[in-house]
Design a protein around this ligand. Structure first.
Ligand SMILES: [Zn+2]
Length: 402
C-alpha cells in the first residue's frame, strides 16, 4: 500500500467526532486498535511483529538481531492531538519498507520498525515512558505505580489490555543489537516553511521537564465568604501563570501551564486546592533551571500573600539531547546526493529518539508543518511533503542497512 492508502486507513482510529482531535491514550481501546492496525500492516509486508516487555512494538525485516537499523515513532496522542505527531513516523516507516521491497532491495542488516508506547505521557504523565523503560531511565516499580486521572495504575491498565506489567524493565539486548535509530517526525514549529524546505534534520533537543504545583487553600462558599477571609488557591495560581510567561520571555525559554484541576470543582465555591502542571523548556539546562526557579519563587511569594500553601515536585526531566553528528552527516550526504535539501534544526519537543540517543546513535528527520501548529487537530503536513519524507526515509534505510 502507498503512504496515502495507509494514512487513510489509520486516520479514523481514536479520533473524537466532536473535536476532530485524537485521543489515542496508551492501553485504551483506541490504542489497541492502532496496535492491531500496525501489526496487520507490518505482517502484510512480511515483517515479524513482536510486543516487547514494555509494551513497545517491533516489526523485524531480516533475521539477524545484530547491528539492526531501527526506525519508527509512536501512535499515542495528547488529548485532542493532531493526526501527524508520531503517526507520521510509523506510517512513513511502513511505506518506506514497501518502497524498498518494491525495488527488490534486500537489507544486509535487519531493519526494524518501532512503535513506542505512551510517548506523550498523556495518560500516565511520564513522556516517552516506553523508551525510558527500555533504557532503564525509569524504575519499573515506579512505572507500575503511575496513575492516570481516574486513579488507575499503569499495571492495572496494562493488565486490562492483556499485557503483563510485572515484566517491565530495561532491554539491553535490544539496544545493543541496534546500530542506529532514525525517527521521522512531523515538524513541531515553523522553521522549514520560510526556508522553502520539505524536510529537515534534527540538531538536538532542548532540555525540558514537567513540574506539578499543588496550591492548597480552604474551600468556602462563593456567596457568603468575605473576600478578606478567603484562602483562595486560584489567585496565586493565576498570578503564577502570568509570572511563568514573564520568566519565559526574559530567559528566551518556554513555560506553559496546559493542565489545571480545581478541587472540588464546584462553580459556586472557592476551591480547596488547585493542581497545575508547568511544562518548561530552554536552549540549555542552566537557563531552564533559572526559568523554573523564578516561576517557583514567584508562586511562593503569591501563596504567602494569599494564605495558601504550595508544594512543587518535578514529574519528569529530560536533559539536553545531542543527536549523533556522524549519523546526521551521513543522512545529510545521502539526501544531498538525491538532490534533497534538508536543513538542520534544533527542537523544543521531546521524542523517543531523544531518549534512545543516550544508548544508540540516533537521528531525526522532520517533515514540514506549514502552519507550525502541533498537539492540536489543526496539525498538518501536505501529502507531497509526507511522500517526500517516505522517499527520504527509504533512501536512508537503504544506505544504512546495506
Ligand atoms: Zn511525537
Amino acid at each position: 500500500m502507498t503512504f496515502a492508502q495507509l494514512w487513510h486507513e489509520l486516520e479514523p482510529l481514536g479520533r473524537d467526532p466532536g473535536t476532530g482531535g485524537y485521543r489515542r491514550y496508551s492501553w485504551t481501546d483506541a490504542d489497541a486498535q492502532c496496535r492491531a492496525w500496525f501489526t496487520a500492516q507490518a505482517t502484510k509486508l512480511g515483517l515479524a511483529v513482536e510486543a516487547d516487555n514494555n509494551g513497545n512494538l517491533w516489526a523485524w525485516w531480516g533475521d539477524t538481531r545484530e547491528n539492526a537499523i531501527a526506525t519508527g515513532s509512536h501512535l499515542d496522542s495528547v488529548p485532542d492531538g493532531g493526526g501527524y505527531d508520531g503517526a507520521l513516523g510509523v506510517v512513513s516507516a511502513l511505506a518506506a519498507v514497501r518502497m524498498l521491497k518494491d525495488k527488490n532491495f534486500y537489507p544486509e542488516r535487519a531493519v526494524v520498525l518501532a512503535v513506542f508506547t505512551e510517548e506523550e505521557g498523556a495518560r500516565f504523565r511520564v513522556p516517552c515512558l516506553g523508551s525510558r523503560l527500555m533504557i532503564g531511565a525509569i524504575d519499573p516499580g515506579v512505572a507500575r505505580a503511575l496513575t492516570d486521572d481516574d486513579g488507575i495504575t499503569l499495571a492495572e491498565a496494562m493488565a486490562a489490555a492483556g499485557a503483563d506489567a510485572s515484566l517491565l524493565g530495561p532491554r539491553d539486548d535490544l539496544l545493543d543489537g541496534m546500530a542506529a535509530f532514525v525517527e521521522l517526525h512531523v515538524e513541531q514549529g515553523r522553521a522549514l516553511a520560510p526556508m522553502d524546505a520539505a524536510l529537515g534534520l534534527a540538531e538536538g533537543i532542548w532540555p525540558h521537564g514537567r513540574w506539578r504545583l499543588d496550591f492548597a487553600g480552604r474551600a468556602d462558599h462563593a456567596g457568603t465568604a468575605r473576600l478578606a477571609d478567603r484562602k483562595d488557591p486560584m489567585l496565586p495560581y493565576a498570578r503564577t501563570v502570568l509570572a511563568a510567561r514573564r520568566a519565559a520571555a526574559c530567559n528566551s525559554a518556554l513555560a506553559t501551564f496546559g493542565k489545571v484541576i480545581a478541587e472540588p470543582g464546584g462553580a459556586n465555591g472557592v476551591p480547596s486546592a488547585v493542581k497545575a502542571w508547568l511544562d518548561a523548556r530552554a536552549p540549555d539546562e542552566a537557563t531552564l533551571e533559572k526559568t523554573v526557579t523564578s516561576v517557583r519563587s514567584a508562586a511562593e511569594r503569591f501563596c504567602a500573600e494569599h494564605g495558601v500553601t504550595l508544594n512543587v515536585r518535578p514529574e519528569s526531566y529530560t536533559p539536553v539531547v545531542r543527536f549523533d553528528d556522524a549519523l546526521r552527516d551521513r543522512l545529510a550526504e545521502v539526501l544531498a546526493a538525491a538532490g534533497v535539501n534538508a536543513p538542520v534544526l534544533p527542537t523544543g519537543a521531546g521524542h523517543d529518539a531523544g531518549v534512545l540517543a543516550a544508548r544508540v546513535p540516533t537521528a531525526m528527520l522532520f517533515v514540514r508543518n506549514p502552519t507550525g501548529v502541533s498537539h492540536s487537530p489543526a496539525e498538518h503536513a501536505d501529502l507531497a511533503d509526507c511522500e517526500a519524507g517516505v522517499r527520504a526515509l527509504a533512501l536512508v534505510l537503504e544506505d544504512l542497512a546495506r
